[in-house]
Design a protein around this ligand. Structure first.
Ligand SMILES: [Mg+2]
Length: 177
């Protein structure tokens, strides 16, 4: 079986949506929701705001209630019949996220065993045939076939095969979508 590795944030989990809600509700900002989907937050926000956001992300509970990306559960479940599914999340930067992330996976993707979950730093360590990720730097570090999952912060990249959503993933990887 070919091995297919999935990133969590902005691939399995709609992390950007949660960040946008934090910015709109808790930050002094003139940006609209639409603005916050047009570019990456790193490009849009002031360094002080990014700092504040970093602290919020590093607070226990932040990852606990993030919404699942539409179509992810059904598609990953179908994919697991054809691929060895792994999850790899570069979460070492946010140690307080570990418990929330692991519990989130158990709750939404109970069919992925703990043996196939990797909490890592650089994704160069991942040995897999495919990696679906929204961060260009992770795909650059990865040695297999990288697939870029569209997100506001990667819209300009054209070096990787791109998927816009889980329907695209399904069409790309399943014999019958
Ligand atoms: Mg990600």
């Amino acid at each position: 079986m070919l091995r297919l590795t999935l990133d969590m944030d902005d691939v399995m989990a709609d992390t950007h949506r949660k960040l946008v809600n934090v910015v709109l509700n808790d930050f002094a900002t003139t940006y609209t929701e639409k603005d916050l989907y047009a570019k990456g937050l790193r490009e849009l926000l002031h360094p002080k705001q990014l700092n504040k956001l970093h602290k919020i992300i590093d607070t226990p509970g932040f990852f606990a209630d993030i919404e699942v990306m539409p179509g992810a559960v059904e598609t990953v479940h179908k994919l697991s019949g054809f691929y060895e599914i792994f999850v790899a999340t570069a979460c070492m930067e946010f140690p307080s996220s570990f418990n929330d992330k692991f519990a989130w996976l158990k709750r939404h993707f109970p069919f992925i065993p703990w043996t196939n979950v990797v909490f890592c730093g650089y994704k160069s360590i991942i040995q897999s045939d495919y990696l679906i990720d929204d961060q260009v730097r992770n795909l650059v570090a990865f040695k297999g076939n990288g697939v870029l999952f569209s997100a506001p912060h990667n819209l300009k990249n054209n070096t990787f095969k791109r998927v816009s959503d889980w329907k695209d993933v399904s069409e790309l990887f399943l014999p019958i979508a």
